[in-house]
Design a protein around this ligand. Sequence first.
Ligand code: G1P
Ligand code: ZN
Length: 544
Amino acid sequence: MQTITVTTTPFMDQRPGTSGLRKRVTQFQQPHYLENFVQAIFDTKNDLNGGTLVVGGDGRYYNREAIQIIIRMAAANGVKRLLVGKGGILSTPAVSAIIRKYHTNGGIILSASHNPGGPDGDFGIKFNGDNGGPATEQVTEAIYARSKTVNRYLTTHAAAINLDHIGHSHIGDMAIEVIDPVHDYAELMQTIFDFDAIRHLIVDNGFRLCFDAMHAVTGPYAIDILEHRLGAPAGSVINSTPLEDFGGGHPDPNLVYAKTLVEAIFGNNPPDFGAASDGDGDRNMILGAHFFVTPSDSLAIMAANAHLIPGYASGLKGVARSMPTSCAVDRVASELRIPWYETPTGWKFFGNLLDSNQATLCGEESFGTSSAHVREKDGLWAVLFWLNILAARRTSVATIVKEHWQRFGRNFYTRHDYEAVDATAANELMHHVEQQLPALIGKELNGIMVSAADNFSYLDPVDKSCSERQGLRVIFSDGSRIIFRLSGTGTVGATLRIYIEKYESDSSRHHEDTQQILQPLIDTALTLSQLRQRIGREQPDVIT
Ligand code: G1P
Ligand code: ZN
């Protein structure tokens, strides 16, 4: 094999966001753009030289081309063994599981998660380390620093690898294995959940489910697990073929984008259970007949019912949630007498807690939940968790949630997103809110006292690293919260997220409308931030 050294000049915009480097496909298609970033990974992670690497993606447009580029560069950079999913497909949680199972030195995941795909859509790349989790902040920063100085990359001439057949081949000294993307992941799920009980529920009790794969990566996983292994009738998984443009859809599992599923669940004769996952399979949305479970509630309910799941029957070490996620799970943790942790937004912050066995379950309000079985959030795992609870409790999703509220109280919760906002105006808005914070403490807003107000910073209890400026918080004495944050995953302008939460212990109010209950706090947030004047928007683009 002849190593080719290609001269290049750095791009200055390759700083990874909340979850890897995400840009328009057209940006990634510029000569050397992808190559520079991949070389920055190889130059930073020296153990890949002589090591094993996993590569796969969510099947979006440019996935296959990117994989062939990475394969040639891996060979030239001394990788000994490379595992790649058949068809270039590997979900984010499957990559994490495979890294862990085969003790590889890391993995490269090609995905822009829930962002739309296709030639005019988004593409993304992220590196996961040998624990299976997203690269830590230090590693990400080192890759970014390298990307700003990289002046050559290594590749080789080699025929394209046939990604559509499981089997072995090689380029020079590098062995390449095209693997079944589903097998290892499905086996792992079978070690955690009571597949017999779930199968019994579905096959013998006529329990009906609908899983929307949104034409993204989870289709093959859901067909194998839900239909083949658990006996759900054919057709229970919809939109199951991964498509390069996700069928023109927006592969984000929420009430707006998972349209077919939502219509079925809120229509006549709905299935008992509905769920969806996103582009790369790490997010989940959970629904019951005529019922939506908020991700924050889902996390709390999982924690409260974990004893019913074989993989967690021995107890949870602790739970962790991202700061903007509602405090519902904290109440469960207190009752279980286990520690709970509050981390910045982004899955990477859970890694140390999971690695050090201080937390077992983790979750984010953004439709992400998972546990120590991998180091990523895991959409289908969450679906199986719920199915296992339903198989054990034999009651409806709505009843499980309502009983949970009765026992722990309800954290009314919403997130309002303002997308593609002018970046300068968004930053100025944040600055305007931040400078008011110190003076708010001890004051009353709408008749409730502000007990704390700050820009959230996090001291990692394991490696003692400190992550600052992670979101502006206004916390009230009754536990209500208003949080302002700028997204780190958007690709156009800025996305402003406002998170609003109010705790209600009175169960006679639990059926009330979330937006109505939260309206006074929403108004306070709008006033505090002068949102309408500053960004010129009347309504949020997405409410979850
Ligand atoms: C968003 C979510 C965050 C999640 C990330 C990756 O990031 O808010 O919870 O970890 O996507 O899926 P944001 O755009 O808010 O930075
Ligand atoms: Zn995702």
